[in-house]
Design a protein around this ligand. Structure first.
Ligand SMILES: NC(=O)c1ccc[n+]([C@@H]2O[C@H](COP(=O)([O-])OP(=O)(O)OC[C@H]3O[C@@H](n4cnc5c(N)ncnc54)[C@H](OP(=O)(O)O)[C@@H]3O)[C@@H](O)[C@H]2O)c1
Length: 352
C-alpha cells in the first residue's frame, strides 16, 4: 500500500455479530468523506457506554428485544462501528457547512447511528455537535456527551426548581454522575444512591445526602422527593409512587416495555409525571454542558481509559455494570495522555 492509499484508510473497532466483548475487533476501513452538510471529524476520544454494551450484546430491558432487533439489526448489526460520542478535530467540511471549519476542536453525540470507535466520523452540522470546552482534554471532554446529554434531556422534562428535592438512583454511573451535578447546578437538594465505594465521589459532585444501597433501602426511609431519576432500573412507578410529592416526576432513564407503555396512563391517573424512552440529543444541550464545564461547574468523571487496541477489555469492564462515570477510549495516535496500557486512577479522575 502506498502513502496516499494509507492516508485514506482508518482503523476502527467493528463488530459483525451480536454477542460477548470478543465480537469486537480492530479492522481497517476506507476513511469517510463528508457530504455537503457534514463535518469530517478526526476522532481523538470516545467512550464505551452502557449503550455500546446493550447494542453489542442486544441485552435490553424486558419486552424491548423485538424493537432492538429492528433498530440494531436482526441477524447482523446495521452499524458495525460502536461508539455514541466523540471528541476530536474537524478535518474537512462539506460545501454547505458554515458553522465549523477545519481545525475546530469539537465534541459530538452520534446517537443511534453510533460510529465513534473509529479514526474518523462524519457528523451532520445540524446534529448534536459543538466546540469542545477549552479547559478540557479530548479525553475529558468526551465524558460530557453520553451521560451529560442523557441526564440533561431527562431533567429538562421535570420542573425541578431551586430548593426542590431530587433522588438520583445510580448516582455513580455515567448518567447518574451527570444528573447529580446538573441537579446541584439547578439549585436542588440532591440525594444520591450508590455503593459505599462511591460515596465520596457522589458527595464531591454535589449530592447533599448519600444513601449506600447495600445498607439502606431508599424506599423505606419515609422521605419524599419532587423528582426521582432512576438510572439503575429498579425503581419502577409501583415501587416509588409514594415517595414522589404531589405534582412530582419520575424519570425512568432505564425501563422495560411495560413501564414505557404505562407511563402516560400513570401520569394521567396519578397527577405525577412518569416519563421514559429516548432523549432527543441537541447541540444546544451540548453547548450548555460545555459552558458549565468551562466555568468549572461540571467535572469529567473518568473511571478507566483504554487504547483502541484494548477495546475488548474496555467492553468487558463496561459489561460488569460497575463502572464509575465513564470509560474512555483513546483513538487518535499521538494524542496526549498517560501510558494507557491499563487504566487511569480509580475511583475517578476529576477534571479541574
Ligand atoms: N433512555 C435513554 O435514552 C438512556 C440513555 C443512556 C443510558 N440509558 C440506560 O441508563 C442506564 C444507566 O446508564 P449509565 O451509562 O449511567 O450506566 P453505568 O455507567 O454502566 O452505571 C453503572 C453504575 O451503576 C451503579 N449501580 C449498579 N447497581 C446499582 C444499584 N442497585 N443502586 C445504585 N447504583 C447502582 C454502579 O455502582 P456500583 O458498582 O458501586 O454498584 C455503577 O457506578 C443503563 O441501563 C443505560 O442503558 C438510557
Amino acid at each position: 500500500m502506498n502513502q496516499s492509499e494509507k492516508k485514506n484508510i482508518m482503523k476502527v473497532a467493528a463488530y459483525r455479530h451480536f454477542g460477548s466483548p470478543e465480537v469486537v475487533s480492530l479492522v481497517e476501513l476506507p476513511k469517510p468523506s463528508p457530504g455537503r452538510d457534514h463535518v469530517l471529524v478526526k476522532v481523538h476520544a470516545s467512550t464505551v457506554s452502557a449503550a455500546d454494551y446493550r447494542a453489542r450484546s442486544r441485552n435490553v430491558p424486558k419486552g424491548l428485544g423485538i424493537l432492538a432487533a429492528f433498530g440494531l439489526g436482526i441477524f447482523r448489526p446495521h452499524n458495525p462501528i460502536l461508539g455514541m460520542d466523540v471528541a476530536g478535530v474537524v478535518e474537512a467540511v462539506g460545501a454547505n457547512v458554515t458553522t465549523f471549519k477545519p481545525g475546530d476542536e469539537v465534541i459530538a453525540m452520534l446517537g443511534a447511528k453510533f460510529g465513534g470507535h473509529a479514526g474518523y466520523v462524519c457528523v451532520p452540522q445540524k446534529g448534536a455537535i459543538t466546540v469542545k470546552p477549552r479547559n478540557m482534554s479530548f479525553e475529558e471532554a468526551v465524558t460530557l456527551v453520553f451521560g451529560g446529554l442523557t441526564a440533561l434531556g431527562f431533567l429538562n422534562r421535570a420542573a425541578l426548581k431551586p430548593g426542590g428535592t431530587i433522588l438520583v438512583n445510580g448516582a455513580s454511573g455515567a448518567v447518574g454522575t451527570a444528573a447529580t451535578q446538573l441537579a446541584q447546578h439547578m439549585g436542588a437538594h440532591v440525594t444520591g444512591v450508590c455503593s459505599s465505594a462511591n460515596r465520596e465521589l457522589v458527595s464531591s459532585l454535589g449530592a447533599d445526602r448519600v444513601i449506600d444501597y447495600a445498607e439502606q433501602d431508599f424506599t423505606t426511609e419515609g422521605r419524599t422527593y419532587d423528582v426521582i431519576i432512576d438510572c439503575v432500573g429498579n425503581a419502577p412507578f409501583e415501587r416509588v409512587e409514594a415517595l414522589i410529592n404531589p405534582g412530582g416526576t419520575l424519570l425512568l432513564v432505564i425501563a422495560d416495555l411495560k413501564e414505557i407503555v404505562r407511563a402516560a396512563g400513570r401520569s394521567r391517573k396519578s397527577g405525577k409525571l412518569v416519563t421514559a424512552g429516548n432523549i432527543k440529543y441537541t447541540a444546544e444541550d451540548l453547548a450548555f454542558l460545555v459552558s458549565l464545564a468551562e466555568s468549572g461547574r461540571y467535572k469529567a468523571v473518568t473511571d478507566r481509559t483504554y487504547r483502541l487496541s484494548d477495546i475488548v477489555e474496555a467492553h468487558r469492564y463496561v459489561e460488569t455494570g460497575r463502572k464509575t462515570g465513564n470509560v474512555v477510549v483513546q483513538i487518535a495516535a499521538g494524542s496526549p495522555g498517560p501510558d494507557l496500557a491499563t487504566v487511569s486512577a480509580h475511583p475517578y479522575t476529576p477534571s479541574p
